[in-house]
Every structure is written in C-alpha cells, then in structure tokens.
Design a protein around this ligand. Sequence first.
Ligand code: 13P
Ligand code: SF4
Length: 350
Amino acid sequence: MNTLQNISTLPVVSLLDAGSIATPSYSKSERAQLRTRIIQLLKEKDAVLVAHYYVDAEIQELAEETGGTVADSLEMARFGTSHPASTLVVSGVRFMGETAKILNPEKTIVMPTLEAECSLDISAPVDKFSQFCDQNPNRTVVVYANTSAAVKARADWVVTSGNAVAIIEHLWQKGQKVLWGPDKHLGRYIQQKTGADMLIWDGACVVHEAFKSDTLKNLRKHYPNAAVLVHPESPMDVIAQADVVGSTTRLIQAVSQLSNSQFIVATDNGIFHKMRQVAGDKQLIEAPTAGEGATCESCAHCPWMAMNSLNNLTSTLESMNNEITIDEPTRLKAIQPLLKMLAFNENKAQ
Ligand code: 13P
Ligand code: SF4
C-alpha cells in the first residue's frame, strides 16, 4: 500500500515564503575582515561551525579551516555530539539547529538566522501531523530529519536521506507498517526500494520538486556519457533517470568514485563547491529546473540555505543572539527517535 494523505488545509509553500533573498556581495577587503573576525570570535566564544553542503562556499571553507565540519544532515547531527566546543554555530536551516539542540541540551546552539526554514518542515505542522498519526495508531511513525522538534517528538523514528531506506527496510522486515512524513517523493522512493507498506504525508521540497524529467531527458542526449546524480527528494520520473540516488554525501562520493568525466547533478547547486574540491577535473552540469520554454523558478538553490551569510554569521557570533531553544518535555521526547537513528547507524558501521 502506498497511500498519499491529501490534506488540502496545509499551508501552501512556495519560494516566496522565503522572502526576497539578496546574496550579499563583498569587496575583497570586506570579505577578508569578516573572515578574520569570524575566526577570532569562534575562538573567543569556544564555538565550532557546523555547516551544510548547500550554504555559501565561503562559510563551508571557514567551517573546515577552523576545525568545524561541512556535512549532510546526518553527519551534522553526529559531529555536534562528539565535538568538545560549548557552542555550536549551525549554518544551514532551522531543523538542523533544532536537531543539534535536542542532542546537546548542555550546549549553546546559535544560527546565523532563525528565519532559514525548510518547505518540508513547514508542510508538516505538528497539530495536523499528530492528527494523521492518531488516525493511524497501528503504524510506526517515521519522520524525515527535515521536521520540527515537535514533529520529531511525535515520531517513533527519525531518518535522514543517508539511512531512510535501510531503516524502513529493517522495520518492514519486522512486519511494521509505516506512517511516513513529510516528503512524498522520498517516501515513494523508499516504498519502491523496500516494498514496505507506507502511508505517506503530502509534503515536498520546493527545490528538488522543481527538477524536470523531460528537460533532463533532453540534456542527457547532449551529454550521453554523463552520470546522473539525484537526491531522493526529487520526483520519481527524475529519480528513474539516475545512475546514483542518495544523500548529499553519497552524491559527492559518486563524483570522485565514478570514472565518468561529466555529471548531471539534481540537487541544490551549493553542493558543487565540495564536488569541485574532491574532483576538480570533472565537469558538473546542473539538472534542469524548468520545463521546455519556461523560466527557472528555484534555479536549484534553496532560498533558506542562501540566507546564511558571512554578515549574519559575524553578528550572531558577536551578539550570541539567534539561539535555538526547545522546551524540555518536547526535547526529551524528540531525542528518543533521534538516538534510535544514531544507534542504528552505529550498529551498521560495526
Ligand atoms: P542531506 O541529509 O542529504 O544533506 O539532505 C538534507 C536536505 O535538506 C536536502 O535538501
Ligand atoms: Fe528543505 Fe529543500 Fe531547502 Fe533541503 S533544499 S532545506 S529539503 S527546502
């Protein structure tokens, strides 16, 4: 069974919800000053920078130069728990900061902006999602990491794109039927891979949903030797054309491991920075985000990730504003499915 829950009352999420994003452009000397200031502040505040692959290349570089990390959402969660710094500066979107706080209540978690949301998180308000769970009490509730702390608190398991298939396969082998949310495309992909009985929430990522199957087919004709790399938040007809489907980390590995010299990449183009670092000699081509003759809407870049800048990173470190807080009863519930996920990964790695 693969039933899509249609909830017409859900907020309509569009790129406009992210406001108008103007990526700041700095002069060479402004950039150098901001970098120096951030490095100094990270030391002064006993803070470490934890960044996602989709944020600005300069923030990614700073994270690595200062002993922080640039990672997918699974590794961002793990890194924070093992690093000794008393403050984690999470550069990404809000659910990533919340996950860090759930797992590290004793640490201060700040973000360059608290307005960086995620269309998947927005698509699953806790009251409506809980109602959906209450209506299906015989199902194991599995939620994607791209959800609020309150939704995680309602879940039996949290998964990321790096372990979703393995965890649901494990649950299905134990005979458990799954209630999945919020990403319908990832849900359908997992369902197809595992054959699990899944009831699926109707949410989507505004960035990945924009990749277009027909124009991708045409692009592949121009680059017949290119490998196609697709993040599983993309629509099924795009996933169907992939040579590799996986988390951001998996797609970066593919660029360095496969012998192809050209890659068509269907995920946020912020990832190109790391891909160029690991395989600078390879040609990277953006998968198309608009149909034939149409203009590009998202242009394959998450508007919320783009809200992270050197400027707001500096002011957050100066003021220590933009702190993530989660009420303790919610945190204590939300940590359980997250710890299960981390333990599952640990056991698999052994
Ligand atoms: P990853 O966990 O694969 O990095 O994905 C997070 C995300 O938000 C993708 O849009
Ligand atoms: Fe959310 Fe999509 Fe942005 Fe990832 S790319 S943070 S799923 S809106």
